[in-house]
Unconditional design. Structure first.
Lengths: 139, 1435
């Protein structure tokens, strides 16, 4: 499962970042942050014409030594980034895709909350719980 | 990359210029020295030629040479350093160059916009922090110089390129020509020229010196005769010049006249100083390094060993030392003098030169270049070309062939493996490959790039085939550059050449300097072509561990590349900026490091990347601190600490320590005012202010009134309740009217209280402010020495006195500040600190803030915690307004005056103590406590009142009552009169005036009053609130009155349950008639009152038994007058769960007028009578027993629901008087008071408790209880949308109507009749009818009516009534009328006589009957009880 899940706003500031080994939080921040460049490249590469039918799932953004970084961009340009341990070979593309779909659905629910100000950090407990479910359980 | 001043073409051209050496005679040097310059320096500003030159290429084509620059340098013979890397001295120099150039704003340029990229572009207004960000951006663009240039980088590049050591594989920085300068003042200038010429020849060809490298063996020598017009003989100079022309030809010599000015420069004359821009920065360095240079100079002989020291480009400008000792010019004196001279040199240059002289110099250089240098180059190119062309035919193919076949037999040095490994091959100077290169370089220098490119290209091929890596790389580099510079650009820029060159330099030759140069050039070219990402990659590749400065600069340039891309890569920019900043700081360039971090900061600021932001802020803080910009440092650290930090606790602790350290150093510098601390957060809205002394809980046995205190939580309901009580007290003080200006007094202000008014505080009474701190960090904070800051305006004076530092001179202080010495430790949670102020003067006080010492909790016991003192403002924003439309649509806040109290003149202050105040009581128990009122202020008080939520709970005894346990003892009750007939209490008044002697309590006086308490009727815990009200004896203060609150909890337990019923007695007691008639009472209708008393006490162990000692009645019309006790002789004693029934006869007495009621004690026999009216019994009774239904209604509404008072109850007086009559007939306004004694065992002691219970009988026949019955669950009040229908007129019920007439049969109990004699027995019977109603009643007596009840069997037949069987009578109100009847019996036996049926109707119809046609319906009256008669047969 994921070791880090992040939701980045359209303006590239984080709405939500959660990583499992909390002592290495900075590293994950860095990973997510750098992945934004790749996301941007991928979006601009897709071109404007394709923007409407664009596949939201961006696939593997880049692999590092320890982690694989996957990206997903909603139509409103909110980015989801999931970082997965490289050693975890059981996760296939389809699973990652479904994880993103779940994340997207949950995020939509958050946005639907009339008390949520778009642009504020996500603090929903439901969302939190859903993310926790997708994270690696660290004892 | 950042924008540069020069274009790329200019930059590359200027990087490679023809080099000209200068050899100067001693005298000539002296001439130039006058201007603080040496000869080379003198020429430098004029080295760029303004006019266009021409050159013919080998094909005789004329090639223009535009904008040519030449470089003139003194000959320096010191050996060049190893070419692979820069020497330490060079590095130091480069570092100095970089650090000397700072961004224009210096440190204030915290934010420099990066490039022309608007960092704002990616933002959207939806982001919450957008507006703040927008603001900073606009500030930035308006206030700061908008710059994206990096002058330090250009300076670095320039110095770096200048300091490039000459190398073997390229000739670009080899000397092409040599200027031989001799002064005209020389004795024999021509000889001197010869000497110099020989010297030059020696330097070039002797082989002693490796360093000044010469391009071509026969270097151009140009002879310059320097003439000092101010000194020398002009004619002689001209003569010498003529001689020179003869000797060297007119194109090889020049006469330069300078120093026309004799007088020093006048102040009015402005001569431009073109040298300063060239020399200024060098001089800055010179001042530092000249001492070292001096050492070299003084020990010229061995200077070669220490040459490293001075080996930087400046040295080129220095007089040649070493072998040329004769030319060495040294300022006289020691190193200090040298330094002084150097500093002076930094001042002015060219003092003796006029503008004409400037022109002369410019002319001279033009002449030299066009007449001497360019033809010389042209000649050489042609020569080389000829050589190459002649050799071309066979050499080109032959060389390559031989090389191919014989594999490097050509290259002599190839065998030296190590050389090859480092720099490839070494060619002899005359090698044909080098000739090509040489020609290419010459062409390049004169801007013939096309030819140069082809030559470089050829050379490159040759070198590559020879595996001469260094040479090949050089050729590749220059080929690429010349390809780029070709104007027409027939071929694209070969970027791969550059890449190969860089790679070769770096990896193959390990020559970082050359690789760097190549990278700089390439990056510049790429940038000019818009290939920013390639340029950035190139630059990033060049960063390495060996040079932090270079890495930093290149990373910074790479960052600029990223931001200048078509899609600006902002994050990469920021990231590389941070990397650059890191390298800068490693290289010791603190300011640049700070600048880089600041630039990165603008990308990350407030973007939510908190960890990154924290890191940057932390670094900025540190760098700023080391750069002595503590304000910035504090600011940066504050950011880390105050923003919602996600760091770990240890990290936060480190941040905090660092912050405190920095802060301390800042605050040490600025002593003036206390700085503001960011930590901890103050919750201003949660601030509570308390006016008054802190509460004393108890004093010995005395229990102080629980006034308001800060410990209590604010409770809205309570506040409303207290406010109502106060209103009642005030109303009673103002004769029932609440003054319009009434405001409830507030002792404790918090966020929920009404803070719009200015609170009033009393002088010499403390003001306690509770400040709530919150620690946002995960580590603890230690606060100490807290004190409030305030300003004070005396009432009459307008000048405010500032007070923030509590001084010792308390006499002059208007306010004294109580320091809180104790430490407050904060750990994430909220902590409240209470700070006290004691005002000594009258005026307006404003509490401004809190000053405190902040420290971190030391992690180890060894380290002393850092303590800083600072303050924070305390500003309370009022609640958000929401009343008007503007308020709703905008965000506006009301005022909050909590912290701005007005100090008023002294007011009385009362303290109330309770003695022997019980906590648990039996229901109805009466006990005595004492209350003590103390006036602790210096002002007398009066008008003491008390209001309470349970006014029937207590009553005051008179002053001076002795503590007697007996209830009938001397303590007189407070009731208005001790007469038996007392005026009824105004039951609405919950505020009771407290009797004080004279009504005034003098300062320091105290009064003790007995206080009678009666346990509440309901069991359970009761909260009872007292509000004591008092006024100042002096009128006219700002504060009209003061209050003191007290609340107690009383636990009531069950005692007795009294249940009373009344039923009309059927017998008009004749025996009393006479006496009662005297009293004027109507005793036609008595009542029987049954009182059931049950001991319902639960604790059998505690309460032994109850004794009923007295039963009293209280009524307007009734009184108990006889006790019908079934067990007369017994004591009425009730043990647990026992029940007793008491029976009384009540008689109607003359109604008392007005509101008066009568208390009739009726005593249980055998017990002593207690005068109820002289004990608090009456008080309690009147307080809690509302006998009048109207009053009850009003009272019930009055206390709990004042609003319902107006609506009125449902209890209306029926329709007309008849209904009223009917009602009163059933009405029984009788109150029963039961006094009891309880024997209680407590702690093996027997106590006697006394108490009283009240029962109100209202309706005949209904049970009334002393214990309030459990009320049925109140129905939900339905929402009504229609107005209520008027309550239907209550018709007197049949039941009520059936009791209008009371009938009695009077007859002999036994009657003997001789049936033998007479068959019929007639017995006279009298039917007594008494009208109970107060109206005239028509009665119909029907004798025919038989008993209907089935069980009354007529065993012996019936009897009959004789005579009239139906009577009609009218009975006046309350009239008793007898009706004689006769009964006739046939047999002896027992008969029930009560067969007559009595019907009654009012003579005036009731309203309903009127409505129904006016026919009054007669109602059957209740049958009398069976009247048995025994008829016996007389024998």
């Amino acid at each position: 499962m994921a070791v880090c899940i992040a939701v980045i706003a359209k303006e590239n500031y984080p709405l939500y970042i959660r990583s499992v080994p909390t002592q290495n939080e900075l590293k994950f921040h860095y990973t997510v942050h750098t992945s934004l460049d790749v996301v941007e490249e991928k979006i601009s590469a897709a071109g404007k014409a394709m923007a409407d039918q664009r596949e939201l799932y961006l696939g593997l953004l880049y692999p590092t030594e320890d982690y694989k970084v996957y990206g997903y961009v909603t139509n409103s340009k909110v980015k989801f980034v999931i970082v997965v341990d490289s050693s975890n070979t059981s996760l296939r593309d389809n699973e990652i895709r479904s994880m993103f779909r779940k994340l997207h659905n949950s995020f939509t629910d958050v946005m639907c909350n009339p008390f949520y100000n778009p642009g504020d950090p996500v603090q929903s407990k439901v969302f939190e719980g859903m993310v926790s479910g997708m994270m690696v359980q660290v004892s | 990359m950042a924008q540069c001043v020069q274009s790329v073409q200019e930059f590359i051209q200027d990087s490679f210029v023809p080099m000209v050496a200068v050899l100067c005679s001693e005298d000539a040097e002296k001439v130039t020295r006058k201007n603080n310059l040496n000869f080379a320096e003198l020429l430098r500003p004029f080295c760029r030629l303004t006019s266009e030159g021409h050159i013919r290429d080998p094909n005789n084509q004329v090639q223009p040479v535009k904008n040519l620059r030449i470089s003139v340098n003194n000959v320096c013979t010191r050996p060049a350093p190893a070419t692979g890397s820069l020497s330490p001295a060079q590095r130091r120099l480069l570092g100095e160059v970089v650090s000397s150039i700072q961004p224009p704003e210096g440190v204030t340029a915290n934010i420099i916009t990066a490039g022309d990229h608007d960092l704002n572009r990616s933002l959207k207004a939806s982001a919450p922090w957008y507006s703040a960000w927008r603001q900073t951006l606009s500030e930035l663009s308006s206030s700061h110089h908008y710059t994206a240039t990096t002058p330090w980088f250009e300076a670095y590049r320039e110095s770096f390129l200048q300091s490039m050591p000459a190398s073997d594989h390229e000739f670009l920085n080899h000397y092409l020509a040599c200027l031989l300068v001799v002064s005209s003042s020389e004795a024999v200038p021509v000889e001197q020229f010869l000497k110099l010429s020989q010297e030059q020849h020696r330097i070039q060809h002797s082989g002693d010196y490796t360093n000044p490298r010469w391009f071509i063996p026969n270097t151009l020598k140009y002879y310059v005769l320097l003439h000092d017009t101010s000194q020398g003989d002009e004619q002689r100079a001209d003569a010498v010049y003529e001689d020179m022309k003869q000797r060297y030809g007119s194109q090889g010599c020049y006469l330069l006249k300078i120093n026309s000015r004799t007088s020093p420069t006048g102040a009015d004359e402005q001569i431009p100083d073109p040298w300063s821009q060239y020399l200024h920065k060098n001089n800055l360095l010179k001042a530092n390094s000249v001492v070292a240079e001096n050492d070299i100079g003084s020990s010229e002989v061995d200077s070669q060993d220490s040459a490293d020291k001075g080996d930087h480009p400046l040295q080129l400008d220095c007089p040649p030392s070493g072998g040329l000792d004769s030319l060495g010019v040294l300022p006289p004196g020691g190193p200090t003098a040298a330094r002084a001279a150097a500093l002076a040199a930094a001042g002015t240059h060219g003092d003796c030169l006029t503008l004409n002289d400037h022109d002369h110099i410019r002319q001279f250089l033009q002449e030299f270049t066009f007449r001497g240098l360019l033809p010389h180059i042209e000649k050489n190119i042609r020569q080389l070309n000829d050589q190459l062309v002649s050799r071309k035919g066979l050499s080109r193919s032959l060389f390559s062939a031989t090389k191919k076949w014989f594999g490097g037999g050509k290259a002599p040095e190839k065998s030296i493996a190590e050389l090859k490994s480092t720099s490839g091959l070494l060619y002899p100077p005359e090698a044909p490959e080098l000739q090509i290169r040489k020609m290419a370089d010459l062409c390049f220098l004169v801007q013939h790039y096309e030819l140069a490119y082809s030559c470089y290209h050829t050379a490159k091929k040759d070198f590559l085939s020879d595996q001469a890596l260094l040479y090949a790389a050089g050729a590749l580099e220059m080929a690429a550059v010349s390809a780029f510079l070709q104007a027409g650009a027939p071929r694209p820029y070969p970027a791969h050449y550059m890449d190969t060159a860089i790679q070769t330099y770096r990896d193959g030759c390990k020559n970082m300097v050359l690789a760097e140069r190549c990278a700089l050039l390439s990056a510049e070219v790429l940038k000019s072509q818009g290939k920013y990402s390639d340029a950035a990659t190139l630059l990033i590749k060049m960063t390495s561990e060996d040079s932090d400065l270079r890495s930093a600069l290149l990373l910074e340039q790479a960052a600029h590349c990223f931001i200048n891309m078509r899609n600006p890569m902002v994050r990469k920019f920021a990231f590389h900026m941070i990397l650059a900043g890191h390298r800068f700081s490693k290289a010791g360039q603190k300011r640049h490091a700070l600048r880089c971090y600041c630039q990165a900061m603008q990308v990350y600021r407030a973007r939510g990347w908190s960890l990154a932001e924290d890191h940057i802020n932390f670094t900025i803080g540190r760098q700023s601190f080391t750069l002595r910009q503590p304000d910035n440092a504090v600011e940066a650290f504050r950011h880390i600490l105050t923003n919602d930090s996600q760091q770990t606790a240890t990290q936060q602790g480190a941040f905090l320590r660092e912050y405190l350290y920095v802060y301390k150093s800042v605050s040490a510098e600025s002593e003036a005012s206390l700085p503001k601390l960011p930590l901890p957060c103050i919750h201003a809205a949660a601030t509570r202010v308390y006016f008054g002394h802190e509460r004393r809980l108890a004093e010995g046995e005395k229990q102080a009134a629980t006034n308001v205190s800060l410990d209590q939580e604010y409770d809205q309901e309570q506040a409303v309740m207290w406010c109502q009580l106060e209103e009642q007290a005030v109303a009673s003080a103002h004769r029932g009217v609440v003054p319009a200006a009434f405001q409830p007094s507030q002792c404790c202000l918090n966020s929920q209280t009404d803070n719009l008014r200015t609170p009033l505080a009393v002088v010499e009474e403390p003001i306690i402010v509770e400040v709530t701190f919150q620690n946002p960090l995960k580590v603890s904070l230690l606060l100490s020495d807290l004190s409030l800051q305030w300003s004070f305006t005396p009432r009459d004076l307008s000048s405010p006195q500032q007070g923030d530092l509590p001084s010792d001179e308390a006499s002059g202080e208007p306010i004294t500040n109580d320091k809180v010495g104790s430490l407050v430790q904060l750990y994430i949670t909220l902590t409240a600190a209470r700070l006290k102020l004691l005002p000594h003067m009258i005026g307006q006080l404003n509490i401004l803030g809190v000053a405190y010492n902040l420290a971190s909790v030391p992690s180890e016991e060894s380290s002393q915690p850092l303590v800083v003192r600072g303050q924070q403002d305390l500003e309370i924003r009022g609640p958000r307004l929401n009343s008007t439309k503007e308020d709703k649509t905008s965000v506006s806040h009301g005022q909050d005056q909590r912290l701005h109290p007005l100090i008023t003149p002294p007011m009385p202050l009362m303290e109330v103590f309770f003695l022997q105040f019980p906590t648990a009581l039996l229901c109805g128990e009466i006990t005595k406590a004492y209350v003590e009122f103390c006036n602790v202020s210096g002002v007398a008080l009066r008008g003491l009142r008390v209001a309470s939520t349970h006014p029937h709970f207590f009553t005051f005894g008179g002053v001076g009552g002795t503590s007697s346990s007996s209830s009938s003892a001397a303590s007189t009750p407070l009731s208005p009169t001790s007469a038996e007939v007392c005026s009824a209490y105004h039951t609405l008044a919950v505020a009771v005036e407290i009797p004080l002697e004279g009504g005034v309590l003098r300062p320091g006086q105290s009064a003790q009053l007995p206080l009678w308490l009666r346990g509440p009727d309901q069991e359970g815990v009761h909260e009872i609130n007292f509000l004591f009200y008092y006024e100042s004896a002096e009128k006219g203060g700002r504060i009209s009155h003061r209050v003191l609150r007290h609340n107690v909890f009383i636990c009531a337990s069950r005692s007795l349950s009294v249940c009373a019923t009344a039923c009309p007695s059927s017998v008009p007691s004749a025996d009393h008639r006479g006496r009662d008639a005297e009293d004027g009472d109507h005793l036609n209708d008595g009542m029987l009152v049954f009182v059931d008393v049950e001991n319902v006490n639960m604790s059998e162990a505690g309460v032994r038994e109850f004794h009923i000692i007295q039963v009293s009645s209280c009524s307007r019309q009734w009184r108990l007058h006889k006790c019908i006790n079934p067990y007369k002789d017994k004591d009425c004693k009730l043990t647990s769960r026992e029940r007793a029934k008491l029976c009384f006869r009540a008689a109607r007495c003359k109604p008392l007028k007005g509101n008066h009621r009568r208390i009739t004690p009726f005593l249980i026999p055998l017990l002593r009578q207690i005068v109820s009216s002289t004990t608090p019994c009456a008080d309690f009774f009147f307080r809690c027993c509302p006998s009048d239904p109207v009053k009850k209604e009003g009272r019930a509404g009055g206390l709990s629901h004042p609003s319902s008072r107006t609506t009125g109850g449902h209890w209306t007086w029926g329709g007309g008087p008849i209904e009223a009559v009917v009602r009163t007939c059933n009405e029984l306004d009788l109150n029963i008071i039961v006094l009891w004694k309880a024997y209680v065992v407590e702690d093996n002691k027997q106590l006697i408790l006394e108490g009283q219970l009240h029962v109100t009988l209202q309706t005949v026949g209904k049970e009334a209880f002393s214990l309030p019955q459990k009320e049925e669950a109140q129905e939900m009040v339905l929402l009504k949308f229609k107005p209520d229908l008027p309550p239907p007129v209550i018709q007197p019920s049949v039941e009520q109507l059936s009791t209008l007439i009371k009938t009695n049969l009077h007859y002999p109990e036994t009657y003997s009749h001789p049936f033998v004699h007479e068959r019929l027995c007639v017995v006279p019977v009298t039917l007594t009818m008494s009208n109970c109603a107060l109206a005239e009643v028509e009665v119909l007596i029907d004798l025919r009516h038989k008993t209907i009840s089935p069980d009354s069997t007529e065993v012996h037949g019936t009897f009959t009534w004789l005579g009239q069987t139906q009577y009609r009578r009218r009975l006046r109100p309350q009239e008793v009328a007898p009706l004689p009847l006769r009964a006739c019996f046939l047999h002896a036996g027992v008969y029930n006589l009560s067969t007559p049926r009595v019907f009654a109707k009012f003579t005036t119809p009731t309203r309903k009957e009127e409505e129904e046609g006016g026919v009054a319906v007669e109602t059957s009256q209740q049958a009398a009880s069976p009247a048995l008669i025994i008829i016996t047969s007389q024998a």
